[in-house]
Write a new protein. Structure first.
Length: 154
C-alpha cells in the first residue's frame, strides 16, 4: 500500500469564524509552474476566496498567489480565477446546494497530497453576529478551563 502524505500550506482561519461548515470536499487546482513554486514558497492568501460556478465548471475566485520572482518571461496574474478539478456530478451537486439561500463554498485548507496541490472546500452557511459571539465565549471558557487544569497540575 502506498502511504499518502499531506503537507499543509495554508489554513483559512477566518472562514471558521464567519461560516458554519456543513460538509467538506477536496478538489485539485489547475496551476502553472510558477504558481506552484510561489505556493511552495508560501506566497498565497485566502482573503475573500470562494467558489463560483460557470458553464458546468467550478472556479476558485479570490485566491491570491503572488507572482514568482524567477518565473521568466511569462507574466503571471496573481488574482486570476483557478479552475477546480471535480467530477461533473460533484459540480452539479454543489451548484444545486449553493443555489439554496445562504449557502456558499469557501476554501478551508490548501495542502500538498503526494506532490499535488489540493484545496479542501467547505459547503457553509454564514454565521450571524450572535453566533460568532457565542463561539468566542465558548472558546474563552475552554481556554480558562485549560488554564485551571494546567495550573492545578504543577
Amino acid at each position: 500500500m502506498s502511504e499518502e502524505r499531506h503537507q499543509s500550506i495554508l489554513r483559512n482561519k477566518k472562514a471558521g469564524h464567519n461560516f458554519e461548515f456543513l460538509e467538506f470536499i477536496e478538489a485539485g487546482l489547475v496551476l502553472s509552474g510558477g504558481e506552484i513554486k510561489s505556493i511552495r514558497k508560501g506566497d498565497v492568501n485566502f482573503h475573500d476566496a470562494h467558489v463560483a460556478f460557470r458553464r458546468g465548471e467550478a472556479f476558485l475566485v479570490g485566491l491570491h498567489i503572488a507572482p514568482y520572482a524567477n518565473a521568466g518571461y511569462v507574466p503571471q496574474e496573481a488574482d486570476r480565477e483557478r479552475k477546480l478539478l471535480l467530477h461533473t456530478r460533484e459540480i452539479n451537486m454543489l451548484a444545486a446546494k449553493v443555489a439554496q439561500k445562504g449557502l456558499a463554498i469557501v476554501p478551508v485548507n490548501l495542502h500538498f497530497r503526494n506532490g499535488k496541490v489540493k484545496a479542501e472546500l467547505a459547503l457553509s452557511r454564514g454565521k450571524k453576529m450572535h453566533d460568532q459571539r457565542e463561539d468566542l465565549k465558548e472558546a474563552a471558557e475552554n481556554r480558562d478551563a485549560g488554564r485551571e487544569m494546567f495550573g492545578s497540575r504543577f
